[in-house]
Design a binder for this molecule. Structure first.
Ligand code: GLA
Length: 722
């Protein structure tokens, strides 16, 4: 891994042993993109100048417009395409002509003020300072290169070194101007219980991409996009992934210009955003990850997974197995009391479950979704001994105890709202539009965050909790804070997220031994920002096994199984009405952080025994499933089947899962070719006891029995025996 600056050609070359990222200061001043892709030793003079035109001698802004050139940090000054950074000066005019001032190469990487970001052990960073000489505004671009993952981390800091305030109107994190537009663009879009569905289309001239204006990364979209070469498959071709470490509104876009340059950018959503910078102040953008693979889409995902495991997730559980949990939500919804919970817990214990999670409805007088958010004290009608009493009984049963919270919200029917109606986000004079019967707290206010942090810490202490599910069940539909001056109202979206991060830092910091899982009405904030605080996130409220195959497949483009909360639920399924066998529901959920979400007390003994056996089996394979190298084999977006596998680093152990959706009459057995194994090893399948050569499994295949009934699955646990 290295970051080199060539004084003669004025070019920067960031590389590790597989990837190069090269840009050059055209005319000695303007950083312009040259190459991001497979590692090259160097790019010669002629090739450097071909894309970036000017040498120091030939430079003239009037001769060739910046509008035709591949910019590293475009602003609206000469370049008429959508820029990365836009600044409005005190006089209301806007221009920013950024020129090279200095650079510095450091080991590691700087932390980003107020924002989560990847760690930078064993990394190197380039800090490149550009300045607009007229206003004094500077932009510091930060590029980090890692040896162990093929990811370049990028962010920008905008510094007002001028004499008057400026307003930052747009502040994206990264821009790459690709040569040509011969790529497919993939983004993830969906809805509640249908999150992160895969959509791929060819790039065309004009604008395309994905974004969220909801104040959260959202269930509808995801802060990720991928460009792939036209020949790319899971195993071959080039893939360029962009992911943002941010949980608020975002934009990920590609603009194909008149000369077919494809400008790919990612960062904070510019709509409803601006930030006022007084002289001496700076604004930090979130971090974006640019991930390259010449080993297809699978190669890109494996790099993202390694980034998450090695540089993003932290804490006691980040690299260990996770407890098997039972969550009472789909078992009871709001209709529970202590006796009912304990009955469920006792069966859970018998079934070999480790952790009992009490979901929504334990506080205030919350018997439905329309009250009590903000009143984080125990509902003694449901829990006569409070959280403390229940927790003690659960612990006595030999189970860990977990708790659901939704700290960012307030119900109109709550003591908190009666005391502080001004604490919610609202625009005076307009109706306070409730979604899911609730409003959002104004987390830009210190006193609001302090109240929530204290109340939540007290509840978690009272309950002696071992696990927390941090939920967030609605998006923000009107932006207004009575605490901010008019000139700063557009800062609220970002200030809200900074407030969330501040609370997460304080609350997770107070409980280093507790496992935290994030959640947002299902998978509405499944993003890298959340992963920096909590190693797992509830993937979706959809627990239907086949829908899960789809959602987990596309989520795995960026996120490893260790981050995906996945539960076995009742049949018929509460979201689709479908009935899948227990073995399939379990096989699918096992490729995530595993648990149950159904009324075990209603299951026949035989099924509880089956669950006990499944749990025992999971314990044997969980490390491979959560942390193994992950390969998608068959896409549920392309047909009637899904298959995937995880392999240990030494290739001596693997778990393979295959699911059929519908049974089709007159089917035959088929073969599934595996990948990622060692062809010279012999593997025994723990399930059947049969042995196979690694070569045989990869180049010939393993038998898929024709399904008898819908949603049938097979799972193999392969262990090398020589
Ligand atoms: C959200 C979550 C569910 C459950 C409910 C409780 O929808 O995604 O898992 O916790 O809230 O209200």
């Amino acid at each position: 891994m290295s970051i080199l600056f060539d004084q003669n050609t004025k070019s920067f070359h960031l590389s590790n042993s597989r990837v190069s990222y090269i840009f050059r200061l055209a005319g000695g001043m303007y950083p312009m993109h040259v190459h991001w892709g497979r590692r090259v030793r160097a790019v010669n003079d002629e090739l450097l100048t071909r894309r970036t035109i000017w040498t120091e001698e030939t430079f003239s802004l009037n001769e060739t417009s910046l509008d035709f050139l591949p910019m590293e940090c475009p602003t609206f000054a000469g370049d008429l395409r959508e820029g990365m950074i836009h600044v409005i000066h005190e006089n209301g005019m806007s221009a920013l002509l950024l020129e090279y001032e200095s650079h510095q190469v450091i080991s590691g990487k700087p932390e980003l003020a107020g924002l989560p970001s990847a760690r930078g052990e064993d990394a190197q960073s380039l800090l490149l300072t550009l300045r607009d000489k007229v206003s004094g505004v500077a932009v510091e671009l930060c590029y980090t290169v890692y040896e162990d993952v093929d990811v370049i981390a990028r962010s920008a800091r905008i510094i007002n070194d001028g004499k008057t305030p400026v307003t930052v109107d747009k502040a994206l994190s990264a821009c790459v101007d690709f040569e040509g537009c011969d790529y497919n663009l993939t983004t993830l879009s969906g809805a509640w219980v249908r999150e992160r569905q895969l959509y791929t289309r060819p790039l065309v001239p004009g604008d395309q991409g994905t974004s969220s204006t909801r104040g959260a990364s959202s269930v509808q979209t995801s802060p990720f996009m991928m460009l792939t070469s036209k020949d790319a498959t899971e195993q071959t071709g080039e893939a360029f992934g962009f992911a943002l470490c941010y949980s608020g509104g975002f934009e990920a876009s590609v603009h194909v210009d008149q000369h077919f340059i494809s400008r790919a950018q990612i960062g904070i959503q510019p709509f409803n955003f601006s930030w006022r910078l007084l002289p001496g102040e700076s604004f930090q953008t979130p971090e974006a990850y640019l991930c390259y693979s010449c080993e297809g889409i699978g190669g890109m995902s494996r790099n993202f997974h390694a980034l998450v495991h090695r540089h993003i997730t932290t804490g006691k559980y980040a690299h260990s197995t996770r407890p098997i949990l039972i969550n009472n939500w789909e078992a009871t919804y709001f209709d529970f009391n202590e006796e009912k919970l304990l009955k469920l817990a006792r069966v859970a214990r018998r079934a070999g479950i480790d952790l009992f999670v009490l979901d929504d409805g334990w506080f205030g007088h919350r018997d439905a979704a329309n009250s009590s958010l903000g009143d984080w004290y125990d509902d003694k009608n449901k829990l006569p001994g409070g959280l403390a009493g229940l927790s003690e009984k659960i612990h006595k049963l030999g189970l860990m105890f977990g708790l659901w919270i939704e700290p960012e919200m307030i119900s109109v029917d709550s003591d908190l709202y009666r005391q502080h109606p001004e604490w919610c986000i609202h625009v005076p004079g307009y109706p306070r539009i409730e979604y899911r019967d609730q409003l959002v707290l104004d987390l830009s206010r210190d006193e609001v965050r302090d109240y929530v942090v204290d109340a939540i810490i007290a509840a978690l202490r009272r309950g002696r909790v071992d696990y927390v599910k941090w939920d967030m069940n609605r998006f923000i539909n009107m932006w207004g804070s009575t605490n901010l001056p008019a000139s700063r109202q557009q800062e609220l979206g970002h200030r809200y997220i900074l407030g969330v991060y501040d609370m997460m830092r304080r609350i997770t910091g107070a409980f280093p031994n507790v496992l935290f899982e994030s959640c947002a009405g299902g998978g509405g904030r499944f993003d890298l920002g959340m992963m920096c605080f909590m190693p797992q996130a509830w993937c979706t409220d959809d627990t239907d096994a086949w829908m899960r195959c789809r959602i987990q497949h596309s989520t795995s483009l960026v996120f490893p199984p260790s981050t995906m909360g996945a539960h076995v639920s009742a049949v018929p399924n509460h979201q689709t009405g479908r009935t899948a066998p227990l073995a399939t529901r379990a096989a699918v959920a096992m490729s995530g952080t595993y648990g149950y979400e159904l009324d075990l007390t209603k299951l026949p003994r035989k099924e509880i025994e089956e669950i006990r056996v499944l749990n025992k089996r999971l314990r044997e394979i969980q490390t491979v499933l959560l942390y193994g190298t992950y390969y998608r084999l068959l896409s549920p977006y392309e047909g009637n089947e899904a298959a995937w596998m995880s392999v240990t680093k030494d290739k001596r152990e693997a778990v393979v899962t295959h699911v059929y959706a519908q049974a089709v009459p007159n089917m035959k057995d088929k073969l599934l070719r595996l990948t990622g194994l060692d062809p010279t090893l012999t593997y025994r399948d723990d399930v059947t006891g049969k042995t196979y050569g690694g070569d045989e499994l990869m180049y010939y295949g393993i038998i898929l029995h024709k399904p008898w009934g819908d949603y049938m699955s097979q799972q193999w646990h392969l262990v090398a025996i020589d």
